[in-house]
Design a protein. Structure first.
Length: 261
């Protein structure tokens, strides 16, 4: 092959007729989904297609504000229809089923703007987490549940993971600080972060803390490459974070860092 040859174009692959005879017969997932929805008397609107994989993926737009289209993909080894539903940077629902009709019921509920618990009632394969329900209630509830779950997870890990002890001490100290307790916390590679929004992508306007193996801590940020300083205690590290908070920093808000403020 010559060096200036064009790359081989890969054609989209059809759904496996042994696993998905309904999709294969309809010639695309969108067509199969539209057909089964019609049979069930459901309204999915115009089902979206993915030009790069029209035979194995499809999406349904929601009429509810800020809900993203929910996309379905097919399992390649076993028959599974898998989907998720995102809203304001949060994955509210997810799930897999072998029944395309059940998937259509879930998508109909997502499209109509039903509460996530109602979507689960319409299609019981749909998974709904406590944190997702908290997000649906508002950012303050999401922050409160996120803090509780973070602290619970770290307390479960302290007996088997050395770094969990350091991060737990940091998190408990930060939780006692009202200015940080109102922000949305998360960990990444054992770094403790605080974001001013509750959806992903998260904000990078608050310093974060890395625990060190000798018990000290490095405070960095807001940008990833900026080191604020080192601290000997969790209290000193938290004080550095508070000192680096953006001006007029208030409670975390719903949405993502990409949303206009």
């Amino acid at each position: 092959m010559s060096s200036n040859s064009s790359p081989v174009r890969r054609e989209p692959s059809f759904a496996d007729p042994d696993l998905y005879p309904d999709v294969a017969e309809a010639r695309s997932l969108a067509a199969a989904l539209t057909s089964v929805a019609s049979e069930l008397g459901l309204s999915l609107g115009e089902v979206l297609t993915n030009d790069s994989d029209p035979y194995r993926s499809a999406g349904v737009e929601s009429l509810a504000p800020d809900r993203k289209p929910s996309w379905i993909i097919l399992g390649s080894v076993e028959r599974w229809f898998t989907f998720s539903g995102w809203w304001q940077g949060v994955e509210l629902i997810t799930g897999s089923t072998v029944d395309l009709g059940e998937m259509a019921r879930a998508l109909d509920a997502w499209r109509s703007g039903a509460k996530i618990r109602e979507i689960h009632e319409a299609a019981t394969f749909v998974k709904v987490s406590e944190l997702a329900e908290a997000h649906e209630l508002g950012p303050a509830e999401a922050v409160a549940v996120k803090w509780r779950r973070l602290l619970e997870r770290l307390r479960q890990d302290v007996d088997r993971l050395e770094l969990a002890r350091s991060v737990l001490a940091l998190a408990e100290t930060a939780f006692d600080e009202p200015k940080l307790r109102q922000l949305y916390p998360f960990t990444s590679h054992w770094s403790l972060h605080f974001t001013t929004c509750t959806g992903f992508p998260f904000s990078w306007d608050v310093p974060f803390v890395d625990p060190l193996s000798d018990g000290r801590h490095v405070v960095s940020g807001p940008s990833r490459g900026t080191v604020v300083g080192e601290a000997d205690t969790p209290e000193d590290a938290v004080a550095m974070v508070v000192a680096g908070l953006p001006e007029n920093c208030g409670p975390a808000v719903a949405g993502t860092a990409d949303d206009p403020r």
